[in-house]
Design a protein around this ligand. Structure first.
Ligand code: ARG
Ligand code: ZN
Length: 387
């Protein structure tokens, strides 16, 4: 978007050996998270440039603010997994670690041959690397935000199926949890059908789940391969809401990513709403009942549209965010709302979108002026009464 004398990538805790821009050795500085690259010639607006960063070391996860979880590459020296939202990608590869800068990814992972590997996208080759090691290559052909890039390495059992819609499903579970996980994720294909009817075509080439052999206490919607903490797997089929939530993120969060982190409710509020859609479609309580029950809670201290870094993953973003979307459906009516969700993905898929983009699209479909509605539901300090 502009001529550059220098540019920056994010990379933390790893050592850079060299940088090449268009094949030429290029000076750089690396301080903390900032890798500043200073090419000889100005990089001109709109001209593609190839940058190669030669780097290495042992990644360590990154503390972001007061988050209870450190993000990025985790390993015990044998198994490894990656959970990066919001800013942990810089723990393992150099990038502009923000959702506005999506890319296609190719992973080439060499591990001891008794370990399995899964990453975003589809496995393209598995090759003997000698000395008891194997190289696994995965390629993800759709644009992806850096925080959704993930590799999991471990003693994994792979399950490969095809959904009735034709979508390849492939999952990987720690051996001891494989049976329990198969039970807990059994409704995935049925969810896909329900969500495709409401949200439009599933946006990527594959889907599946990986269970990290680690008590995470949460799941994360890594693109095409959502990751779950081992503690979530019960074997009793009790985690449908979370399974539906992470699947819905493939449309809302992954295909359409937040323009800024302030827009995180566009991920979490939509995924919460999708939990209610699945509950209703699978014979549970109606969307309206879910909204009423959620509205009765009181922990919505800050507005979902401006949570600040401390509340990025708190109830207001998820639940009040879901309520805001439900209220919007009531405000613009079922017919406009039914067109809104698939059109949102059609228009902004592959890129990012903001709360203003949502308001403008809803106004376009309904003909209503929604500025007041968004001020109350998304930016207002107080939770408004349900319509
Ligand atoms: N986006 C994930 C989900 O709602 C939650 C990620 C939590 N991440 C964190 N760093 N605390 O499914
Ligand atoms: Zn979520």
């Amino acid at each position: 978007t502009q001529d550059l004398d220098t540019f920056n990538l994010d990379l933390e805790g790893l050592a850079v050996e060299g940088v090449a821009v268009e094949g030429a050795d290029t000076p750089f500085q690396h301080e903390g998270r900032e890798l500043t690259i200073d090419p000889d010639a100005v990089l001109a607006t709109g001209v593609e440039t190839t940058v190669v960063v030669d780097y290495g070391g042992s990644p360590t996860p990154i503390q972001v603010g007061t988050d209870v979880f450190r993000v990025g590459w985790h390993t015990d020296g044998r198994d490894a997994y990656v959970v990066s939202e919001p800013a942990g990608a810089a723990s393992w590869f150099p990038a502009n670690d923000h959702p506005v800068d999506k890319a296609r990814f190719r992973f080439e992972v060499t591990v001891p041959s008794d370990l399995g590997v899964i990453a975003n996208g589809l496995r393209t080759t598995t090759e003997d690397a000698g000395a008891g090691r194997t190289t696994h290559v995965y390629e993800a052909s759709d644009l992806m935000a850096t925080y959704l890039a993930s590799v999991v390495i471990g003693d994994l059992v792979f399950v490969e199926e095809t959904a009735p819609t034709g979508l390849p499903l492939r999952s990987a579970y720690p051996r001891r949890l494989a049976d329990a996980a198969a039970t807990d994720f059994a409704d995935t294909a049925a969810m896909l059908e329900v969500f495709e009817r409401r949200f439009g075509p599933y946006p990527f080439e594959t889907y599946g789940h990986v269970v990290a052999d680690e008590v995470l206490g949460f799941a994360l919607e890594n693109q095409t391969v959502s990751i779950f903490g081992s503690d979530l797997v019960t074997g009793r089929g009790t985690i449908d809401a979370i399974v539906a939530h992470e699947l819905a993120h493939q449309w809302f969060g992954n295909a359409v990513s937040p323009a800024t982190w302030m827009d995180i409710w566009l991920n979490e509020g939509f995924a919460t709403y999708a939990e209610w859609v699945w509950a209703e479609a699978s014979g549970g309580r109606s969307i309206a009942e879910s909204a009423r029950a959620t509205h009765a809670r009181s922990d919505f201290g800050v507005p979902p549209g401006d949570p600040g870094p401390e509340e990025l993953f708190q109830a207001t973003v998820y639940l009040r965010g879901g309520l805001a979307l439900y209220a919007l459906s009531q405000e613009i009516g079922d017919e406009a709302f039914a067109r809104l969700l698939p059109l949102w993905v059609e228009r902004f898929g592959g890129g990012t979108a903001s709360t203003d983009d949502l308001r403008m699209l809803a106004e376009e479909l309904s003909g209503a002026d929604l500025a007041g509605f968004f001020d109350e539901w998304v930016y207002g300090a107080e939770l408004p009464p349900l319509p």
